[in-house]
Design a protein around this ligand. Structure first.
Ligand code: ZN
Length: 258
C-alpha cells in the first residue's frame, strides 16, 4: 500500500507507512473504536489510519479533535462514502454504504468469502516525500490540483503554463490537452489524482460548506499493493481519495480508477 498525505501548511507530501514507529501515536489498522461506526446493516467499516492532528507534519487541525480516523466500507453500493468525525470518541456516518436488499441479493458480486477483515493494528510513521515547488512544471503537473498555483502572479502563470506544456511534450512525447489558463490546467489535468480534483461540497447538510463545491481539501490518498489483504477491493488502478472539511470535520472518500 502506498499512502500519501498532503500537508497544505508546508505544501509538502508525506508517505504514511504502516509499521514505522512514531512518537505521535499514528496508527494503521485495528477495529474502529469510535461510537457510530457500527452500521445498521453490513460489515464493520474498514479502518486504515488514525492520525494525530497535533503532529505539525499532518498540516490539518480540527477544533476539539486530536485524532482523524480514515475509514472505508469495502464493497459498498456507491463507491463514495461520507462521515463526520464528531469527536475523538464518536463518528456520524453520513451515507448508506449498504442496504438490506443489496446484502440479501445473492446474484450480486457481493458475498462474504474473501471479504477482508480489519488489518492488524500497528504504528504508522510519516516521512516526507517532497516539497511542492509551484515554479517547477513537473510539480504543478502532479500536485497543482492539490496545492494550487495561487502563489504565482498573472505573468508568472503565463510563463509557467508554457514551461509546463513544453515539459509535458518532452516527457510524454505528446501534446497536453489544451487549457485556457494555468489555474484550469492545474486543477483539471489528472496529475496525481486519477480523475482530477474531486471538488466536493461538504456532505454535512448543517455545515456552511455544504453548498460550496470545492470547499473540501484532499488530505490523503491510498493505492493498494498486490500483497495487501484489501488489494482486490481497491483494484489495480484504484485510488481512495480522502477529502476533509476543516469547518465540521466531515470526510468524503472517493474510490476512483483510471
Ligand atoms: Zn463541513
Amino acid at each position: 500500500m502506498i499512502a500519501h498525505l498532503f500537508n497544505r501548511v508546508e505544501a509538502a507530501v508525506y508517505f504514511v507507512t504502516p509499521g514505522k514507529r512514531s512518537k505521535w501515536g499514528h496508527t494503521f489498522g485495528g477495529l474502529p473504536s469510535h461510537r457510530g461506526t457500527v452500521l445498521p446493516v453490513g460489515p464493520p467499516l474498514h479502518l486504515f489510519f488514525t492520525l494525530n492532528l497535533t503532529d505539525p507534519r499532518v498540516g490539518l487541525r480540527l477544533p476539539r479533535r486530536k485524532w482523524l480516523p480514515f475509514f472505508y466500507p469495502f464493497r459498498n453500493i456507491h463507491g463514495e462514502f461520507a462521515y463526520r468525525v464528531v469527536s475523538d470518541g464518536r463518528v456520524e456516518v453520513l451515507s448508506k454504504p449498504y442496504s438490506a436488499a443489496y446484502l440479501a441479493d445473492e446474484s450480486e458480486w457481493f458475498h462474504w468469502p474473501g471479504f477482508p477483515r480489519g488489518c492488524r493494528r500497528r504504528s504508522a510513521g510519516l516521512e516526507k516525500k517532497q516539497d511542492y515547488d509551484v515554479h517547477d512544471p513537473e510539480d504543478v503537473y502532479w500536485l497543482g490540483c492539490i496545492f494550487g498555483v495561487a502563489a504565482l502572479s498573472a505573468s508568472e502563470k503565463e510563463a509557467a503554463k508554457e514551461r509546463l506544456e513544453n515539459w509535458y511534450r518532452e516527457s510524454f512525447e505528446s501534446e497536453m490537452n489544451s487549457f485556457d489558463s494555468l489555474d484550469e490546467l492545474a486543477a483539471e489535468s489528472s496529475g496525481f489524482l486519477v480523475q482530477g480534483l474531486p471538488r466536493s461540497k461538504c456532505p454535512n447538510r448543517k455545515c456552511r460548506n455544504h453548498k460550496r463545491p470545492g470547499s473540501m481539501e484532499v488530505v490523503l490518498t491510498i493505492i493498494a499493493d498486490e500483497g495487501d489483504s484489501f488489494a482486490a477491493e481497491i483494484g489495480d488502478t484504484g485510488q481512495l481519495i480522502y477529502e476533509v472539511c476543516r469547518i465540521c470535520g466531515s470526510v468524503f472518500v472517493h474510490n476512483q480508477c483510471t
